[in-house]
Design a protein around this ligand. Structure first.
Ligand code: NI
Length: 185
């Protein structure tokens, strides 16, 4: 089932999410719905707050990106915790399904070590770098109540303020189903 994606301006995107237990109701259905929702919107990552749930769950599928096509980087991250970030900051042009029509360069560290549970609640500690790390950092931010635009300088943020306000007011034409805090205009 395709779920509506919560738009910028909704309080659910600004909250720190909580860990879940294996007994969380219909978790496998929720994960399947999130993948379906992400693909329908041509995304490479989606976090639970973006479908209105403040739980520590996000998914990623980098195989949609040319350079990661054969990487097998399709994963579910539950109760994730970034243990280390390392290397020299690099810039990458990020976008977010909750912020349609806005893309900006964001600086992040290139290497991470992360501990998480997979869809079977099996624990992993893994290292990622490059685009894979980037996708994880962006989605991890979501479960911490942080958006990529929060990383921008005050000046850059000022320049996109109007666009952000329009999105929060439902004045946008995303090509996928969205849920706006004040309804669609
Ligand atoms: Ni996002």
């Amino acid at each position: 089932m395709i779920l509506p994606i919560v738009a910028y301006g909704d309080a659910v995107l600004k909250k720190v999410s909580v860990d879940i237990e294996k007994t969380y109701p219909d978790i496998q259905k929720l994960i399947a719905d999130m993948f379906e929702t992400m693909y329908a919107a041509s995304g490479v990552g989606l976090a639970a707050p973006q479908i209105g749930k403040n739980i520590r769950l996000f998914i990623a599928d980098g195989t949609q990106i040319d350079t990661l096509k054969d990487s097998g980087f399709k994963k579910v991250f539950i109760n994730a915790e970034i243990l280390e970030e390392d290397g020299e900051e690099w810039s990458y042009n990020e976008g977010c399904l909750s912020i349609p029509g806005v893309r900006e360069d964001v600086m992040r560290l290139p290497k991470i070590k992360i501990k998480y549970l997979d869809e079977n609640f099996k624990s992993h500690t893994e290292e990622f770098d490059g685009i894979q790390a980037r996708i994880i950092q962006h989605e991890y931010d979501h479960i911490e109540g942080v958006l990529f635009v929060d990383h921008l300088s005050a000046l850059k943020k000022q320049l996109i303020r109007g666009k952000l306000q329009n999105i929060s007011k439902g004045k946008t034409d995303a090509e996928y189903r969205m849920k706006f805090p004040l309804g669609k205009k």
